[in-house]
Ligand binder design. Structure first.
Ligand SMILES: Cc1ncc(COP(=O)(O)O)c(C=O)c1O
Length: 347
């Protein structure tokens, strides 16, 4: 498998292709960063205050939380901890219901695991029966994203409970909740009853901290133990550790963004209806638009006008699909104006 290709470094226009918060972080984060002293930068960072604040935000005890340098690092740590085969042992398997965050595929390969893809239903409803049928004695991780990327469709919590009840001992369900704030649903309250589930969260999306790289893994301390060993010591830098404290003190900033996301999605749905573009109803801060044979024209035309959209056509079940972030309302209005112009010109 080839390695992960980062999207091109496009920063001049409107970035609607990586599900970021295009309004940025809370101003309180900038103030906190400005207060950093030279000695704080000179020392390895302390994590207790940040871990306590994240645990309080998520409603768990601090020993159930491990901070990571972006959830990407957490996913790699899960893959390394759970998918490395013992010498002479069988290749260990990761089940990935598709379409999925592509990093699951790449990290499974890096850890030497075997990728078991489960293909999607036409409406992207969660393929529970197919996932259960894919479980074998060598399954070690089932990667689930709720709500899913790139579809924005949710995974019923009951489906996660059912999978957790069927996987072999020593295996985990990894629930990637990168977009949980937008859906307002989390598996975290159920973790006590399901010690074989690990939840991943990020502060890149709803909190607008993608550039600082901070996320966390949440689970029972015993289950997290193996993963903690695979997270490099001090991988979260001091700026991120300080920033998260300030971000969590300004939940009004988060609430405002969530309100704008809801409004933006409604605006984009209306525009799609006008343009006769089918789309998938999303619980997240992006929408998968089924542009069909208009996909190339839409991506290229928007790019030429400085609006970056993500072509997801090569993902399973996503032929002719464009993923568009729906966050700051003013940005969504700009994007819709360009999309309408481009598609009308292409007619
Ligand atoms: C499902 C999912 N998980 C994890 C991540 C990565 O998050 P982070 O920025 O914290 O590494 C993303 C980012 O796009 C994502 O979509």
């Amino acid at each position: 498998m080839s390695h992960y290709q980062k999207p091109p470094e496009l920063y001049e226009g409107l970035r609607l292709h990586q599900n970021e918060n295009t309004g940025g972080c809370s101003p309180r984060v900038i103030e906190a960063l400005a207060r950093l002293r030279p000695d704080q930068i000179g020392f390895y960072p302390p994590y207790a205050a940040a871990t306590d604040a994240v645990a309080a935000y998520l409603g768990v005890t601090p020993d159930a939380v491990t901070l990571v340098n972006g959830l990407d690092e957490g996913i790699m740590a899960v893959a390394v901890a759970y998918l490395r085969a013992a010498i002479g042992g069988p290749q260990l398997e990761a089940i990935v219901p598709e379409p999925a965050f592509e990093i699951f595929r790449f990290d499974t390969a890096v850890a030497g695991g075997k990728l078991v893809q489960v293909m999607p239903h036409a409406d992207f409803s969660f393929p529970l029966d197919e996932v259960l049928a894919a479980i074998t004695p060598d399954t070690r991780v089932v990667f689930v994203t709720n709500p899913n990327n790139p579809t924005g469709v949710d995974v019923p919590l009951d489906a996660i409970r059912t999978i957790a009840g069927r996987i072999p001992p020593g295996a985990i369900v990894f629930v990637d909740e990168a977009y949980a704030e937008f859906a307002g649903v989390s598996f975290i309250p159920h973790l006590d009853a399901f010690p074989n589930v690990i939840v991943g969260r990020t502060f890149s999306k709803a909190f607008g901290l993608a550039g600082l790289r901070i996320g966390c893994l949440v689970g029972s301390p015993a289950t997290l133990d193996a993963v903690r060993r695979a997270v490099p010591v001090y991988s979260v830098n001091v700026a991120a550790a300080v920033a998260i404290l300030a971000a969590l003190e300004d939940l009004d900033h988060l609430r405002d963004y969530l309100r704008q996301v809801a409004e933006s999605k409604a605006l984009l749905y209306d525009a799609c209806d006008r343009l006769e573009l089918p789309y998938v109803k999303s619980r997240s801060n992006f929408v998968l638009v089924r542009a069909g044979d208009r996909t190339d024209a839409l991506i290229a035309g928007a790019l030429a006008k400085g609006i970056y959209l993500r072509d997801r056509s090569t993902e399973p079940g996503c032929a002719g699909s464009v993923r568009i972030a729906t966050g700051i309302v003013e940005h969504t209005r700009r994007a819709i104006a360009v999309i309408e112009e481009v598609l009308c010109a292409a007619r």
